[in-house]
Design a binder for this molecule. Structure first.
Ligand code: OGA
Ligand code: MN
Length: 298
């Protein structure tokens, strides 16, 4: 095997150290970053280091943060274009670009049914869009005493650990993703005609190439309707098998939230889901959320 060498034939240099404290916190993904204050503007070198850490660890957890919504929007915009939200509050009010994931009702009291049900199923954000989300950022404002975790499955490792036979079987397969299928797959209220028109089905490869690292990942989850060109039974069985494989406990990092955590995860190589492992009727869970638009999967 040929070993990559630098142009002057010297040995490859070790990667530059990070200009902040960073500790790996999960087996398959996840690193915490200590000592940065994201409410303040960051310089180019810090931004580059964050991006490097993001590609290496897939989920970054900045500890002990306290950002206003405007500060969160400003920090998020370092990494691309913010995704706006199609929906409106029941009151008709447009969502702020930084919106809230919570179990609190309009009266500010815990209400077990407030959180979108779909969040409890494995998914990668907005895969029912032609151009899905790159990173999702959640800032923990209030967290339950116990539980209320978020689970992340490493889909690069999911792909890597498939058998050679499975890799060649799925190499060229494409799947349809849609809001309608997502509602169906998560036992949620069916999509309305208006929603179906606003979000028509899209097609993405099952094996996605990460645009920044070139690595292959499994691009599946609850927004998938079916695989093109296969009988329904076979498509359903294959999708279930791939999902089960890449979300096996060995490939999952479980994030236990601390108040002040600011997470940033890579939707291109992770699936995620909320865990219902807390008492949503009495505990308070409030997270501020921003999303950066990605690129069309290939
Ligand atoms: C999300 C999401 C999960 C959670 O914000 O996209 O899926 O644990 N959240 O709140
Ligand atoms: Mn999500």
């Amino acid at each position: 095997m040929q070993i990559a060498q630098t142009p002057d034939n010297s040995m490859p240099v070790s990667p530059a150290p990070y200009p902040f404290e960073i500790n790996r916190i999960g087996e398959v993904a996840g690193a915490e970053i200590i000592g940065l204050d994201l409410s303040q503007p960051i310089d180019a070198a810090t931004k580059d280091a964050i991006l490097r850490a993001f590609l290496e660890h897939h989920i970054l957890v900045f500890r002990d943060q306290s950002l206003t919504k405007d500060e969160q929007a400003r920090f998020s915009e370092n990494f691309g274009e913010l995704e706006s939200h199609v929906g409106r509050h029941p009151s008709g009010e447009q969502y702020h670009i930084v919106h809230t994931v919570t179990n609190l009702g309009p009266d500010g009291k815990p209400e077990p049914k407030v959180m979108p049900k779909g969040n409890y199923y494995w998914h990668t954000d907005k895969s029912y869009h032609e151009v899905p989300s790159l990173t999702t950022m959640l800032h923990a404002i209030e967290v339950p005493e116990e539980g209320g975790d978020t689970l992340f499955a490493n889909t690069r490792m999911g792909y890597e650990t498939l058998t050679p036979e499975m890799k060649s079987r799925i190499a060229d397969l494409k799947a349809e993703h849609s809001w309608e299928a997502s509602r169906r797959n998560t036992n949620s209220a069916p999509a309305t005609e208006e929603q179906k028109k606003a979000r028509p089905p899209v097609t993405h490869p099952i094996v996605r190439t990460h645009p920044d690292t070139g690595e292959k990942t499994l691009y599946v989850g609850m927004h998938v309707s079916h695989i093109h060109g296969l009988p329904k039974d076979e498509s359903d069985a294959l999708l279930a098998e791939l999902l089960e494989h890449t979300t096996q406990p060995d490939l999952v990092y479980t994030h236990q939230w601390r108040k002040g955590d600011y997470t940033m995860w890579d939707n291109r190589c992770l699936l995620h889901r909320a865990s219902p492992n807390y008492d949503a009727a009495t505990e308070r869970r409030v997270l501020h959320r921003t999303v950066i638009i990605g690129t069309k999967p290939y």
